[in-house]
Design a protein around this ligand. Structure first.
Ligand code: GRF
Length: 212
């Protein structure tokens, strides 16, 4: 990571959401945009899964949706290059990964450097990867939570924008802890997007400063 300073733009933003599943974080961002809590609009919802419920709810909400089938591409890089072309065509400012279950290749990360956010259901850098709520319970941590972070080439390791902590209770199951964390995800993800388009996010190395 270099020491160059990045400052997010202050503008009405054009967002693309990438998802593979349920889409509850997508709906939280959409609600914030439609209620004017975030100065941005979602111009595209893209998925690698034709039957992702989140894609169906985007269609119902009247948004442009796109399913790109990874099987039709010779490599992961080709697939990501196709996504980048779709995003560029629509002049997307910010990509929000919301339960997107593919690892981004450097082709994508570099094209949208400092312009891709992700939400992760743990307090990074603890518990990167998958099944992290279950792993938090098994580890016996007293607190877990969620992190909104920029996407860098190393998975789940980009600069952290916002985090929220929740207690891990003794009788928690994966489902009960996930549900408690999800409430916070829906709060902090739109909040991070708001700060981004208020031009209030500055990245210095691996630290994010919230201005103003
Ligand atoms: C969330 O737990 C998020 O933190 C993780 O994937 C899940 C997506 O849920 N990255 P949803 O599709 O937004 O409901």
């Amino acid at each position: 990571m270099t020491d160059e300073i990045y400052r997010s733009p202050r503008k009405r933003g054009r967002i693309a959401v990438l998802l593979s599943g349920r889409g509850s974080n997508f709906r939280a961002i959409l609600a914030a945009a439609r209620e004017g809590r975030v100065d941005a609009g979602i111009v595209l919802v893209l998925s690698n899964k034709a039957d992702a419920p989140g894609l169906a709810s985007a269609r119902e909400a009247g948004l442009e949706t796109l399913f790109l089938d990874p099987k039709l591409f010779a490599s992961k890089e080709d697939y990501d290059a196709a996504i980048v072309r779709e995003l560029d065509t629509r002049q997307v400012d910010l990509v929000c990964l919301a339960g997107y279950m593919k690892i981004l290749t450097p082709v994508f990360c570099r094209a949208f450097k400092n312009r891709i956010l992700n939400i992760h259901p743990a307090l990074l850098p603890a518990f990167p990867g998958l099944h992290v709520q279950q792993r938090a319970i098994e580890w016996g941590v007293r607190y877990s939570g969620c992190s909104v972070h920029f996407v860098a080439e190393e998975v789940d390791m980009g600069p952290i924008v916002l985090q929220a902590a929740v207690p891990v209770l003794q009788d928690d199951t994966e489902e009960s802890l996930s549900a408690r964390i999800l409430v916070e995800e829906h709060r902090i993800y739109p909040e991070a997007v708001r700060l981004y388009f208020e031009g209030r996010i500055e990245i210095q190395g691996r630290r994010v400063f919230i201005l103003g």
